[in-house]
Design a protein around this ligand. Sequence first.
Ligand code: ADP
Length: 492
Amino acid sequence: MYIVQIASECAPVIKAGGLGDVVYGLSRELETREHCVEIILPKYDCMRYDHIWGLHDAYMNLWVPWYGAAIHCSVYCGWVHGRVCFFIEPHSQDNFFNRGCYYGCDDDNMRFAFFSKAALEFLLRSNKRPDVIHCHDWQTGLIPPLLFEIYKYHGMEYQRVCYTIHNFKHQGIAGADALRATGLNQEAYYFQYDKLRDNFNPFALNLMKGGIVYANAITTVSPNHAWEARSTDVGCGLGHTLHLHQDRFSGVLNGIDYDFWNPEIDRYIPCKYTKETFEDKAKNKKALRERLLLRDVDKPIVAYIGRLDNQKGVHLVHHAIYYALDRGAQFVLLGSATEPGINAHFQHEKRFLNDNPDVHLELGFNEELSHLIYAGADMIVVPSNYEPCGLTQMIGLKYGTVPIVRGVGGLVNTVFDRDYDENVPQEKRNGYVFYDTDYLAIESAMDRAIGLWHYYPDEFQKLAIQGMEYDYSWKNPGEEYVKIYDWIRHHW
Ligand code: ADP
């Protein structure tokens, strides 16, 4: 199959979050299955050019229709760790992608509406006719409407689209400008409820809704999140739209890259280990303590790694620190906060706990340290308010670090409670799950985990090894996406 991914990120060259990892990881998996994959991205000024090999001209004279005129673009091609990527560079006064950032501009809607239009125009003009176009998140939500309302009539009638939503919180709320600029026009038509009209604001367009309404298949990043998005407020107003299109909507769990996250080969950890040599994990624990100046005592280390924001349940992260200390455990936190209030709060906590030899708060982003924490900690807490998929629990499992998670989103699909999950046999259970957002809920789960570590160490080790046996690589998600691609190719 010939698949083109169109996205605003692809790790490691353009990465703001999990979207970049998925675009790269899925593309690589598809290629190992002998499908042909190309990736179309904006050419941002601030992307990591050092991760692109052999950047060269691919299509220098692309004219993209825009507001009845056209913007001249150049398209470059290069390899990002083996993946073929095309980068679109518009030459206009708008400077769409020369802003020193990926997102966060006032005209983000128009920047990515332009990108969507340009990507399709590039496919059309360069005679690329993929079997499947796979686009991602609100930034490319206009691709399905543009394909089926315009490009289909210009020689792209056989292309099919899979649209993946990574985060329902950002939907791309735009005005009628987006229609006029991209040539969709016909305001009265697109401002209907069953087309692109926002479900909350009748005077606005919702680009993500456009993707849902027009795509041949819609996915989100875990089966449980697919259910939540359709049936609860997690869909941020799109629940009814998803419900109407549920026959085309499903959840496919993300994978993680085991070439990078794997204690057997991890170059960032001092002592590599497998489930057969699990006792070597203790050497990493020792190294972690030395690095963070924690005292070497007979206590478990509980960790938190992740953004510090409301999505991640920061009030419970804060509580977990003190509860772990109270219950005879040590705590390590690695996190960064963009919101000033949350940042100030954790800076204060860091100062307050500075002299405590059982806790370390590292505020900032540190990839290398994160590997040592995954390898050295005994447990990892993930108390998210919502979590479309979640990677830290899956990485924790691979490193034999027992996850303690809130039962939401993808956490439900990946972590199975040692004591209570009756749907999973005892020998397949791999962590602890709590559901409520109050302190008692997380306390009870932490209590069970820390208690097992202290009083039944063999049982705790067995649980950690059971976690290591799970395969959360891209293998299964790759297979599921191929099935979806096959389905849309043959049913539409
Ligand atoms: P998000 O909602 O941020 O995408 P995920 O759990 O899906 O959350 O992915 C988080 C990824 O980012 C993991 O690979 C985690 O190790 C990494 N990460 C998060 N915060 C930090 C940090 N402060 N330093 C290093 N890595 C981090």
